[in-house]
Design a protein around this ligand. Structure first.
Ligand code: HEC
Ligand code: HEC
Length: 221
C-alpha cells in the first residue's frame, strides 16, 4: 500500500465507525463517552489512546506510511497542525479526508493535551528503504542543501539530527512515503499555507532529490 499514488485505505474509516458502533451496542458507557469527539470533558490523552491510535498507533508510531508518525514530534508543531486542520487551513486531500472531521470539535485544551501526549512518546527507529547506495546523497541534501539549485540545508531549520524545534517539525524517523508526499504538496500546491517557506525550500528539488532526502530522514533515530 503506497500513499505516493494517492491510494488511501478508506475502508479503515468505516471499520473504525463499525468498532465505535459495536462499543455503543455493548453498552459500555465509559468507552462510548471516551470515544465521543464532541465531548469537551474527555481528555486529550484519552482521545489519543481511544481514537487517534487507530491510525497513528498507540504511541504515535504508525504502521502504515499513509499515517504520519507523531511520536516525539514537537508539541508546538502538532498543536499548529491540529488547529490548521480544524480551521481548514491545511487542505491536502488526505488532510481534509481524514483530519478535518476528526479535529472539528477538539477544544484548545484537548489540542494541548494531544500535542503534549505525542511529544512525550519515543520514536521507533525505522529501517532503511529504497536504494541504499543513494542514502549518502540524501544525507548531503539534508546537511548541505544543493547550492546550484538554491536549495538550503534542511538541518538549519529541522535540527542537526532532524529532531525538529518549535514549529519546525521533526523529520527523523518519519515514513519516507509521507515525507515525499508532503514535499510534493509544498512544491506543487498551496494546500499547506503555513508551509510557505517550504515552497521556496523545495522549489529546486527534483523528484529524485525528494526521494533521496525522504529515504535518508526515515533512517534518522
Ligand atoms: C482514520 C485515520 C486517522 C485517524 C483516526 C487520525 N488521523 Fe491524524 N492523520 C491521518 C492522515 C491520513 C494524515 C495525513 C494527512 C496528510 O497527508 O496531510 C494525518 C495527519 C495528522 C497530523 C499531521 C502530522 C504531520 O506530521 O504534519 C496530526 C498532527 C494528526 N494527524 C493528529 C491526529 C490526532 C490528534 C488524531 C485523533 C484526534 C488523529 N490524527 C486521528 C489519519 C488519521
Ligand atoms: C527556513 C526553514 C526551513 C528549511 C531550510 C527547511 N524547512 Fe522543512 N519545514 C519548515 C517549516 C516552518 C515547516 C512547517 C510547515 C507547516 O507548518 O506547514 C516545514 C515542514 C516540512 C515538512 C512537513 C513535515 C510533516 O510532518 O508534515 C517536510 C517533509 C519538510 N519540511 C522537509 C524539509 C526538507 C527535506 C528540507 C531540506 C531540503 C527542509 N524541509 C528545509 C521550515 C524549513
Amino acid at each position: 500500500m503506497h500513499s505516493s499514488n494517492g491510494t488511501i485505505p478508506m475502508k479503515l474509516v468505516s471499520l473504525i465507525a463499525v468498532a465505535a458502533a459495536a462499543a455503543l451496542v455493548a453498552g459500555c458507557a465509559g468507552v462510548e463517552r471516551s470515544r465521543n469527539l464532541g465531548d469537551p470533558k474527555v481528555s486529550g490523552v484519552t482521545i489519543a489512546q481511544q481514537v487517534c491510535s487507530n491510525c497513528h498507533g498507540l504511541s504515535g508510531n504508525s504502521v502504515s506510511p499513509n499515517f504520519p508518525n507523531l511520536a516525539a514530534q514537537t508539541q508546538p508543531y502538532l498543536a499548529a497542525q491540529l488547529a490548521s486542520f480544524k480551521s481548514h487551513g491545511r487542505r491536502d486531500p488526505p488532510g481534509y479526508q481524514y483530519m478535518w472531521g476528526l479535529s472539528r470539535h477538539l477544544t484548545d485544551d484537548q489540542i494541548a493535551g494531544l500535542s503534549a501526549y505525542y511529544a512525550q512518546q519515543t520514536a521507533v527507529v525505522q529501517p532503511a528503504e529504497g536504494d541504499a547506495s543513494r542514502l549518502s546523497l540524501g544525507k548531503a541534501i539534508f546537511e548541505g542543501g544543493i547550492e546550484d539549485k538554491a536549495v538550503p540545508a534542511c538541518n538549519t531549520c529541522h535540527g542537526d539530527k532532524g529532531q525538529g524545534m518549535a514549529t519546525f517539525p521533526r523529520l527523523a524517523g518519519q515514513h519516507a512515503d509521507y515525507t515525499l508526499k508532503q514535499l510534493m504538496v509544498f512544491q506543487r500546491t498551496d494546500q499547506r499555507p503555513d508551509g510557505a517557506v517550504m515552497k521556496i525550500v523545495s522549489h529546486g528539488l527534483s523528484v529524485q532529490d525528494m526521494t533521496d532526502v525522504a529515504n535518508y530522514v526515515q533512517t534518522l533515530p
